[in-house]
Design a protein around this ligand. Structure first.
Ligand SMILES: [Fe+2]
Length: 169
C-alpha cells in the first residue's frame, strides 16, 4: 500500500503525459522527416494506444464515482471531464489510424494532414484537460474525500493496474 493520495498519483501521471505531449508536438511538426522521426512517433503512438488509458480508467472507475457522492455527474465537473475523455478517445483513434498509414505508405501526404489535424486537437485538449483536473477537480477531491474513500480508490487503482498487466502478458 502506498501512502500517497490518489490525486498525487494522478498528478504524477499527468506530468509524464505532459512530457509525452511535448515530444508528440515536436514529432508532429517534423512529419516531413520520416526517417528521423518514425521510431519516436511509433513509441509515442504506442503509449497513447495502451498505457495512457490506465490513467483514464483510474479516474473513470475509481476517483470520479467517489467524487459523485458529493457532486452530481450531470452538469458537474466529472461529467465535463468524461465528455472530454470521450473526445480524446475518438481523436486518439483517428491519430492511431493515421500513424499506421503514415508509417506504412510511401506517399503519406493524407496521413500527415490527418496526424497534424487530430494531433493538434489532441495535444491542445489534453493539456487544457490536465490543467483543469489539477487545478479544480483534484482540489475538490482533496477537500472532500475521507479516509475510507481514499483507501477504496487506492485499492481500485491497484486492481486496475493488475487488470492491465494481465491484458499485456
Ligand atoms: Fe487525468
Amino acid at each position: 500500500m502506498t501512502d500517497k493520495k490518489p490525486t498525487e498519483i494522478l498528478r504524477e501521471e499527468h506530468e509524464n503525459v505532459l512530457k509525452k505531449l511535448d515530444a508528440l508536438e515536436k514529432v508532429v511538426s517534423n512529419l516531413d522527416k520520416k526517417a528521423e522521426i518514425s521510431a519516436e512517433l511509433k513509441e509515442l503512438a504506442s503509449f497513447f494506444k495502451t498505457d495512457f488509458w490506465i490513467h483514464f480508467a483510474k479516474e473513470e472507475e475509481a476517483l470520479f464515482p467517489e467524487m459523485e457522492n458529493f457532486i452530481p455527474r450531470e452538469g458537474g465537473p466529472t461529467g465535463i471531464m468524461l465528455i472530454e475523455h470521450e473526445d480524446l478517445r475518438a481523436t486518439n483513434e483517428q491519430i492511431q489510424g493515421a500513424v499506421d498509414e503514415y508509417l506504412r505508405e510511401i506517399d503519406n501526404s493524407k496521413a500527415r494532414e490527418m496526424i497534424q489535424e487530430h494531433g493538434s486537437h489532441f495535444i491542445g485538449l489534453l493539456r487544457e484537460h490536465i490543467n483543469k483536473e489539477d487545478s479544480i477537480l483534484f482540489r475538490m477531491a482533496d477537500m472532500h474525500l475521507d479516509r475510507p474513500q481514499l483507501d477504496k480508490i487506492i485499492k481500485l487503482f491497484g486492481d486496475i493496474e493488475e487488470r492491465y498487466k494481465r491484458t499485456q502478458s
